[in-house]
Ligand binder design. Structure first.
Ligand code: COA
Length: 160
């Protein structure tokens, strides 16, 4: 049976930090589903459709990676897709407590669902999507932090 793993997040927008984790996960699992949460509470800059498309384009070189939007519980989404593992990035000690809580909850909600934690690559350790949006809002250069397709999408947004 294929080992399917899910990497969930808001991805508003996808960054090189996310992509680094996706590429490493794609080497370990038969299939990786990048699950993009609708997450209206975060008032995303990009719509769900845009975020799915940006993840798809950024992962085009990875044949076993698929981008799928979702709303509702991640545990239910994992069950629907017969995934046995969730992937989460832990960037430092600040992330640990919350991530353990989330992993335990997801395991209770969907029995046998395990969470695997990935340390960040040194380069992207301090990155977050909020920081990227903040730099962009103040006209700073975000090119080093995001895939080229995200830069293009932002340029297109400015033209609207
Ligand atoms: N590189 C760069 N940034 C990273 C990163 C990495 N390796 N790892 C995490 N981040 C950033 C994210 O971009 C995000 O930034 P932001 O807050 O500025 O947007 C931040 O760190 C937090 O990431 P994360 O914890 O993944 O939050 P998220 O909002 O992206 O995703 C869900 C959280 C979607 C996984 C979670 O809310 C969820 O499962 N929701 C569904 C409902 C549910 O089942 N809840 C749990 C049961 S109660």
């Amino acid at each position: 049976m294929k080992e399917i793993s899910i990497y969930a997040g808001t991805f508003d927008p996808i960054s090189h930090g996310h992509l680094n984790i996706i590429e490493r996960a794609a080497r370990l699992f038969d299939q990786v589903i990048v699950a993009i949460a609708k997450n209206p509470s975060k008032q995303p800059l990009f719509s769900l459709e845009e975020r799915v498309s940006l993840v798809e384009q950024s992962c085009a070189h990875l044949t076993n990676v698929q981008a799928v939007g979702f709303s509702g519980l991640l545990a239910d989404f994992a069950k629907q897709h017969q995934a046995k593992t969730l992937i989460r990035g832990i960037r430092g000690s600040d992330d640990v407590e919350y991530e353990i809580q989330l992993a335990q909850l997801n395991n209770q909600l969907a029995g046998e669902l395990e969470t695997i934690f990935f340390p960040p690559s040194v380069t992207w350790r301090y990155l977050s999507s909020t920081m990227i949006r903040e730099i962009y809002k103040h006209h700073g250069d975000i090119a080093p932090f995001v895939p080229e397709v995200v830069m293009q999408a932002l340029v297109n947004k400015e033209k609207l």
